[in-house]
Design a protein around this ligand. Sequence first.
Ligand code: V47
Ligand code: SF4
Length: 402
Amino acid sequence: MTEQKNSIGILLNDPALDAGLRNIAVKIDKGERISEEEGLYLFEHADLGYLGVLANLVRERKHGNKTYFNRNFHLEPTNVCLYTCTFCSYSRLIKKRSEGWEYTLDEMMELVKKHDGEGITEVHIVGGVLPQYDVDFYENLFRSIKAYRKDLHIKALTPVEYHYIFKKAKISYEEGMQRMKEAGLDSMPGGGAEIFHPEIRDQIAGGKCSGEQWLRIHEIWHELGGRSNATMLYGHIESFYHRVHHLEQLRQLQDKTGGFQTFIPLKFRNKDNEMSHVPESTVVEDLRNYAISRIYLDNFDHIKSYWPMIGRNVAQLSLAYGVDDIDGTIDDTTKIYTMAGSEEQSPAMSTQQLVNLIRGVGRQPIERDTLYKVIHDYTDDVFEEDKQYQGYVSLPVVNQSN
Ligand code: V47
Ligand code: SF4
């Protein structure tokens, strides 16, 4: 039996560990990359305990105990959409547009103004795809936000919108992204990725940009010096093979550009959509998926669990399975997950609540800006209301169905 200084030693000293998992553990111990076959092997054979040890080691090598969050709000111009993604509970078809909302530029600026005086650093803009929201519209929106509040980081739109509006304007992706940059776009969120593989994408997100187009628009944005995020919508009709394929496409592009900051696995929620008959993944599977993502994406700095979607208790648990970021304070400004059945029916968390959520599992809460510049390290801060706890607050009572 070998002497090991880190937690992987416990795994390697277990004579019952199978050879495949042992080889992968040795690779992770040495800081080596795993192959696609090994990624698939993890999905098919590795239990949660094993994955937790490996993913936590990778996470702590990169970030120690640091756990990031930011202060943001969401601006969703519309929930009416030309597309009909089968997993989407949020959008309304054009023929039912009276059931949805379609904000004008002035109405959106009123929503921005609601956050006057708040220490918010980012606006995350995402919504449905409609012809009136074209290149000119978004240029005006970004310029108006910057003119009003130039410190606000604009993280906006996905290749789904960009592909559509550039095609409509008959301009190339390169020209389009350059125009967005000049209008004030600071970074791109990770949405619209779903599952890249056409076997699945065509069934759940037919008609919108392909996996290749999604990746190409991010590549162009990175070449312009921009940063962006990436997501994967998992736990529906895809197989483990499709998940590994998705992760591999991201890892390859990241090797080329280095422009991705964060990977965000998005758990499929099945309320009120065309895939309501598809059962949701278990919490154990969610944690396995975070852990394998952390192990596989060795060239991504951050793995984020998005608490409005996964629920704050699972987000807290995910911090032991490779996750180092739990997104932002949000302030009840997104409807995507409440409409899809998340246990977070009114997703708002104050900075204090987020800080305590992170402290509750013994991690260090760090407020960051969108580009991960540290804004404030809350490790030693004590909030007035928390003085009674004299240290970490205890875990909140878990009350969720899965
Ligand atoms: O692209 C839609 C997903 C995404 C459902 O970059 C669903 O910081 C689960 O990308 N069940 C949009 N997921 C949200 C998004 C995001 C969120 C938070 C942070 C960042 C970031 C990006 O939401 C869509 C789609 O993949 N989605 N419906 C559903 N029923
Ligand atoms: Fe439209 Fe996005 Fe919903 Fe698809 S996921 S229907 S593109 S809003």
